[in-house]
Design a protein around this ligand. Structure first.
Ligand code: GLC
Length: 480
């Protein structure tokens, strides 16, 4: 190929700068994976310079300054550049970004003006640098205003005339409710009279879905699910009209960052088949959690942001329903206060349950390395990362059959044992989850079969290389 493809990626968060959820992993890892391909993509990343970013940690060079039009008068944007693993990263600062203390706030107008300003400034930056992207790649509602702006301008703007757009959906229900009026003040009108349902005319994500040249979600399963009433957030009928432009690309896993053979944060490193070594991690974990030192008793785990999406509320009743089966459990996570309370109550009621209500990345690793099963009862899961990490660490997932979970886990019973890597269940009910755990507990008694499940999971290749190749193919379709 002649000159490399130029892709400008816009995201609200990206590791290592700022990571709140899975979007941060993807936006932080995909650029390097695209640059590592045999035909490297010249991908550049644009992020808001959030207050939460530790500015002293990076060499930030000021490279541009310009203004963005607003109903109350122009607002200055200043742009800083740094480089991470070969990827140029542009960080945009300005009053609407400085105004919100956290990456995402509960205040829709703060978020609305922050991300509208950011999206417009990212476009202006490309023009200032005279760097014409072939593809503008936006993620979720926060950067959808850039797609909106481009669709309004492209026809009469020579600079962006040949720029195509891609919108990746990581989480459809986050539509950007309440952000519309802030967008309007930045000169981005509602999509009045468009094929979107009327209630969505002034919402950033729906407008992104309307105006993007192509759309993808982070698994094929979720790409199909969003066309149904259960998962479509009221947009399923509209999305069906765009079905030809929607695909699914599974996220990868950073196979180096998540490797039980090299993980410095676990007690004993282990590789495929080294079950004794893995067992030492379980014993250390039981001790740390002050649970019975009973290595033969299965240790169930859950590691989650505690919110409705993750189905955390199904777990207490599911566990109560299998109280007779001799297991221990650890729940790690924080979030919704009601769900945190339910987990605490379970800890109070059962001597064999520990609920640790906080975010703790290091403990999470020790749990992946030592627990026997990971419960993932998500109501919906566009892709999901924990199931991939769990499999890589020999912790067998017990998960709801939805989205990326269904696409990455092969059920022990449904598909025959030969390829299976975990247990899946259909209904989002405590009963269905409880039954799946029962099935897993049965197989756990047979060490040969259990080790087979662990071994197949540990062998799965979820590397970013494959995802990056698929993104490249999608970008190429967009420029042809
Ligand atoms: C969102 C989704 C999750 C996905 C992540 C990264 O957090 O809920 O399923 O893995 O985005 O794409």
């Amino acid at each position: 190929m002649s000159a490399p493809l130029r892709v400008l990626t816009l995201a609200a968060e990206a590791a290592p700068f700022v990571k709140i959820g899975g979007l941060g992993d993807v936006a932080g890892t995909l650029p390097a994976a695209l640059r590592a391909l045999p035909a490297p993509v010249d991908v550049r990343l644009v992020l808001p310079l959030h207050n939460a970013i530790d500015k002293t940690q990076y060499a930030l060079t000021p490279i541009a300054s310009f203004t963005i039009a607003h109903a109350d008068g122009p607002i200055i944007a200043e742009v800083f550049q740094t480089t991470v693993k070969g990827t140029p990263v542009y960080l945009i600062s300005g009053a609407p970004i400085a105004a919100s203390p956290t990456v995402y706030s509960l205040d829709a107008s703060l978020d609305g003006s922050k991300f509208a300003f950011f999206s417009l400034a990212a476009l202006e930056l490309a023009r200032t640098l005279n760097w014409r992207p072939h593809v503008l790649h936006a993620h979720d509602w926060h950067t959808s205003p850039a797609l909106h702006a481009l669709s309004l301008r492209r026809a009469r703007d020579e600079f962006f005339r040949s720029t195509s757009t891609l919108l990746t959906i990581h989480n459809l229900p986050y539509l950007g409710v309440g952000a519309g009026p802030s967008l309007n003040k930045f000169g981005l009108p509602p999509a009045q009279g468009s094929p979107l349902p009327k209630w969505a005319w002034n919402l950033p994500l729906p407008i992104g879905l309307l105006t993007a040249d192509k759309i993808n979600t982070v698994s094929q399963g979720y790409a199909a699910e969003i066309l149904t009433p259960e998962f479509g957030s009221g947009l399923n009928e509209f999305l069906k009209t765009r079905a030809d432009s929607i695909t699914g690309i599974l996220n990868g896993l950073d196979m180096e960052a998540w490797n039980p053979e090299t993980d410095a944060q676990i007690k004993t490193r282990f590789g495929l088949g080294e079950w004794d070594k893995r067992g030492r991690n379980k014993m250390a974990l039981l001790q740390e959690l002050n649970l019975d030192a009973a290595p033969k008793r299965p240790l169930l785990a859950m590691i989650n942001r505690m919110d409705n999406q993750k189905g955390v509320d199904l777990v207490p009743n599911a566990l109560r329903g299998i109280a007779d089966r001799g297991w221990q459990a650890v729940i790690l996570g924080s979030g919704d206060p009601d769900l945190e309370d339910a987990a605490r109550r379970l800890d109070d009621d059962f001597s064999n349950v520990r609920a640790i209500i906080r975010y703790d990345g290091a403990l999470a690793r020790r749990i992946y390395a030592g627990a026997d099963m990971l419960l993932i009862p998500s109501r919906y899961e566009p892709c999901g990362l924990t199931q991939m990490i769990a499999m890589r660490y020999g912790c067998v997932p017990v998960a709801r059959a939805t989205g990326g979970l269904r696409d990455t886990i092969i059920d022990y019973h449904a598909k025959g044992q030969k390829n299976s890597t975990g247990f899946l269940f259909e209904a989002a009910t405590p009963e269905a989850l409880g039954q799946a755990i029962r099935r897993a507990l049965d197989i756990y008694q047979d060490k040969r079969r259990w080790h087979g499940l662990q071994r197949r999971g540990m062998k799965r290749n979820f590397s970013w290389r494959r995802s990056a190749e698929k993104y490249l193919a999608l970008y190429e379709e967009l420029v042809i």
